[in-house]
Design a protein around this ligand. Sequence first.
Ligand SMILES: Nc1ncnc2c1ncn2[C@@H]1O[C@H](COP(=O)(O)OP(=O)(O)O)[C@@H](O)[C@H]1O
Ligand SMILES: [Mg+2]
Length: 358
Amino acid sequence: MEASSADAVVADGVQKRYGEKQALAGFDLTVPYGTVYGLLGPNGAGKTTAVRILSTLIRLDGGHARVGGHDVMKEPVKVRRRIGLAGQYAAVDEVLTGRQNLEMFARLFHLGSRRARERAAELLEQFGLTEAADKGAKEYSGGMRRRLDLASSMILAPDVLFMDEPTTGLDPRSRGEVWEAVRDLVAEGTTVLLTTQYLDEADKLADRIAVIDDGRTIADDTPAALKNTVGGDRIEVVVGSAEEIPDAVRAVARVSGADPAIDLEELRVHGAVTDRVAALTEVARTLQDEGVTVDDIALRRPTLDDVFLSLTGHTTAEQERPGNTDSEDAKKDAKKEAKKDAKKDAREEERKEEAPVA
Ligand SMILES: Nc1ncnc2c1ncn2[C@@H]1O[C@H](COP(=O)(O)OP(=O)(O)O)[C@@H](O)[C@H]1O
Ligand SMILES: [Mg+2]
């Protein structure tokens, strides 16, 4: 793939192995300047690995990658001058206030103390944190923390911003706040590559979506086209008994273009629909008229699972591997690790700037 100067990020057959584990096995991506790109994939797909390679935190072992026109292996320092990185776990120091956090990061990036103060004030304003600026970050909501983290990755006003799962673990309102902040950045011309496990998030924010599965890019398209491959929105009915499944299948088939899918274990029938509300009303009325026990009936937007099922024939859960557990303990451990990592990264950054790797 020929890198064009119009592209902010180009990854071409990138490979990365951790011991036995091939985390990236031919990862391709082209992100034009001025776009928001969503990198969508389940836990363990290789998203963080890709972001860490592109932001020069770790080295690739095969293929090529360029960011901001510079090769990540040959010119990491030049790459680093053009990028910002908001990691998967917010690298916010809870002991400090929001303002102090930003000033500290600004000093880490070699801004003088006066410029650091100015830049912190600008960013607090830009991310809607002025009022909370002098509160301890431990009092911040999840959304505020992520915005503070985003602000700290924008200290040097980078051309390209990487965001690793910016809203994982946030409540809906906080997610909305982070989405707003991302939209503002994009309006100002920042190119954004964000990773996510949520189709709706990629859909809301991204111009294009690359789907990553087991270290490979398996699809690269617009959100609309991707959603079309899964057949759009779905209606789901859960009935009271197995004998009622055929009734539900008939009712759903009447409003759905395709054959409804049946989950015998959960007594669930679902099918794609175009006119959401009309479909819901119609199915509910039909089932009521026929005296079918409906335990649940709902419309749902297609999810990453639906995309996976249609692209790969398996769901994301089926390929979850050991070591990718979502237990609270694992999350806590990961958080601790990430914090250590973030601090270490910041120190390494400093050192690398001084003694660039060739
Ligand atoms: N430092 C590491 N050592 C060993 N295996 C790792 C390491 N980091 C990630 N992996 C493995 O590489 C794969 C991709 O991980 P990652 O890039 O973190 O995926 P994602 O961010 O999409 O969840 C996973 O199977 C993960 O367990
Ligand atoms: Mg990750």
